[in-house]
Design a protein around this ligand. Structure first.
Ligand SMILES: [Zn+2]
Length: 283
């Protein structure tokens, strides 16, 4: 029996963040020093996972120099971090389709050499649409999807809004992922946050329409999950548990797990969303 997977945790190099983002995090998080310690020490994080009863976590990182400050070095960071226990820590990295220098080489290293566990695309922070390759202007984005499809590496696309300074919400519409799913039918796509708060119907449609499109429920307060997705049970085979911890407003992995387990849906659906679906995707 597979354990719980949290498919959306932000273990990140804080020193890379832009000053104003760092300050806003420091203001919001009372346990900020603990978060910094965890970001430097995978053993501390693994102990936390043990404590809250989580088997595996996806460590979400992406290149977004303009809005967040993250450069291509996030990839080296997360790959090195996950080496502490590659069974339980699944590194997610990325390139930026226009700002990464020599993107084709960076894609090759990420996918072939580093064996990254997943690719993260964050349109509202990277300031590009997830389907920006369709008009021919961003060939690196097309290449990234092609290589990921070929290597059977899932791609997570942030959908929905973001409240970080400088983030642009217009890039968060999940419908851009429809092109990706049509053009790369074997690519497994995870719509992070299910388009919340106002594109949930679009996300739900894509999950039902495309065999390889999934969504994660992260950053939606579990108590309110069924008001965002009243038909969650119908997509129980395609939904994944994620916390988005320590993102803004997320109380903690344990609190989110507890609230999710209390939802009035079947135990079979819960077990798929918490355990089985992720085990199928991440093996
Ligand atoms: Zn996130």
């Amino acid at each position: 029996m597979a354990g719980v997977t949290d498919v959306h945790v932000h273990i990140q190099p804080f020193e890379m963040l832009k000053q104003e983002i760092l300050e806003s995090m420091r203001r919001e998080k009372q346990d900020f020093d603990f978060l910094v310690r965890i970001s430097k020490n995978p053993t501390t994080f693994l102990a936390l996972l043990d404590e809250v009863g989580v088997e595996r976590a996806c460590l979400i990182n992406y290149v977004a120099p303009e809005v967040m400050g993250y450069t291509d070095k996030v990839n080296d960071y997360v790959v090195a971090y996950a080496k502490a226990n590659r069974e339980r820590l699944i590194p997610f990295g990325s390139i930026h389709p226009t700002l990464t220098s020599n993107p084709n080489e960076a894609i090759r290293v990420l996918i072939r050499d580093d064996r990254i566990g997943g690719i993260k695309i964050h349109p509202p922070h990277q300031l590009v649409d997830a389907n920006a390759y369709t008009d021919g202007t961003m060939p690196a984005l097309r290449r990234l999807y092609e290589e990921a499809e070929d290597a059977r590496i899932p791609v997570m696309i942030h959908t929905g809004t973001s409240i970080f300074p400088g983030a642009r919400a217009k890039f968060g519409n999940p419908l851009a992922a429809d092109d990706v799913a049509v053009d790369f039918p074997r690519l497994r796509i995870i719509l992070a946050h299910g388009g919340r708060p106002f594109w949930c119907e679009e996300a739900f449609f894509l999950v039902r329409r495309h065999p390889n499109v999934y969504l994660d429920v992260s950053s939606i307060p579990p108590k309110r999950l069924l008001s965002y997705f009243p038909r969650l049970e119908e997509i129980a085979d395609k939904a994944l548990f994620g916390s988005d911890w320590p993102g803004p407003g997320v109380p903690g992995i344990a609190a989110n797990l507890k609230a999710f387990r209390a939802l009035p849906i079947s135990n079979a659906a819960k077990s798929k969303i918490l355990e089985q679906n992720a085990a199928n995707i991440f093996g």
